[in-house]
Design a protein around this ligand. Structure first.
Ligand code: ATP
Length: 322
């Protein structure tokens, strides 16, 4: 394979730039021509395809976001447009594509693979919601960003003896809340995968209050089946303590990637290039038990998520008021 392309798609994640850099430089190092496709599948359909050189990915390793930019493309959900995308790649002589994104982006890649393109999926999403891999690029940075906020919030919550509900991203996958709740010392961690009713949340906050805790911290995933503002209102009424909500929103997406995300992005993208160089079938790259893995792209999308119940239990034990 002589010409390959790289694109970033779906929600941006810190570390995507590190992956683009490694894809471009490893490709050039192997004697291939590497093309950057702007704005995900949307840019592919519009032919926004540029030749990349060694220096075009200089000074981006440490930056969040993605220099290739990203987009969601409703056109690409239709088969005739996927066909158009494959034609566009053909026009440029591009035989292999590295797709850096989440599960939706991988599904788009799997459709392109059906049209004869070799597609390598590199998991880039802060949600950590691709079940075939232990970690996705951007997750570690986002958890650490949330932790920084929690540390600040604890100071002011203690000073005012408040309850604070931090609502973090994660519609179907509660990993951001789970990992931040565990490492941030939340009294209660609420995730979409586990039920927890209002009376139980109140009981736990009251228990903490009775044991002398100066403040209560609840970390809640946005996909948990309760409205944060309503929960705060109910908690105020039931505990007599002021309760506030904090929604970090898009702040969770930005920022300089951590060492872990830069390393993951770099080794995964390098692996994707190696597979394309060796004319491999379409694959998803990931990590399992600390080792780099590769799996058939379609099979990877079928892996069922396993919730880390052990971590959830531990977070709840440690958050108890005793
Ligand atoms: P994140 O979860 O981090 O936002 P994502 O990659 O899952 O990232 P999506 O918006 O779900 O984000 O998908 C990105 C794009 O991938 C979509 O806008 C669409 O263009 C394409 N895509 C998603 N699903 C399909 C599909 N079944 N067929 C073709 N293209 C798809």
């Amino acid at each position: 394979m002589k010409k390959i392309g790289v694109l970033t798609s779906g929600g941006d994640a810190p570390g995507m730039n590190a992956a683009v850099r490694a894809a471009v430089r490893c490709g050039i190092d192997r004697g291939m021509e590497v093309y950057g496709i702007k704005r995900g599948y949307e840019g592919l359909l519009d032919g926004e395809i540029v030749n990349m050189n060694w220096q075009s990915v200089g000074d981006i390793l440490q930056r969040g976001g993605t220099i290739l930019r990203t987009a969601r493309s409703s056109r690409f959900m239709e088969d005739e447009w996927v066909q158009h995308g494959a034609k566009m790649l053909e026009t440029f002589g591009i035989e292999g594509l590295i797709v850096i994104g989440g599960d939706g982006s991988f599904r788009g890649g799997a459709e392109l693979a059906k049209k004869g393109i070799s597609v390598m999926g590199v998991p880039g999403t802060i949600d950590n919601d691709l079940a075939y891999t232990d970690y996705t690029i951007g997750f570690d940075t986002a958890v650490n960003t949330i932790l920084g906020m929690i540390t600040n919030i604890r100071d002011t919550s203690s000073a005012h003896e408040r309850t604070t509900i931090v609502e973090v991203m994660g519609r179907r996958c509660g990993d951001l809340a789970l990992f931040a709740g565990l490492a941030g010392g939340a009294d209660v961690t609420l995730v979409p995968e586990m039920e927890c009713d209002l009376s139980e949340i109140c009981r736990r906050v009251l228990e903490g209050q009775a044991s002398g805790k100066l403040h209560s911290l609840i970390v809640m995933a946005e996909g948990f089946n309760m409205d944060a503002a309503e929960l705060a209102k109910t908690l105020e009424e039931m505990t007599g303590r002021e309760a506030r909500t904090v929604v970090p929103g898009y702040i969770q997406r930005g920022g300089s990637p951590t060492e872990k995300d830069r390393r993951l992005a770099t080794v995964m993208a390098a692996k994707a290039v190696e597979l394309l160089y060796n004319d491999s079938d379409s694959k998803a790259i990931g990590v399992s038990a600390g080792e780099l893995i590769e799996m058939d792209l379609v099979e990877a999308l079928q892996v069922k998520p396993v919730f880390r119940a052990d971590l959830y239990e531990l977070a709840n034990i440690l958050g108890k008021g005793k």
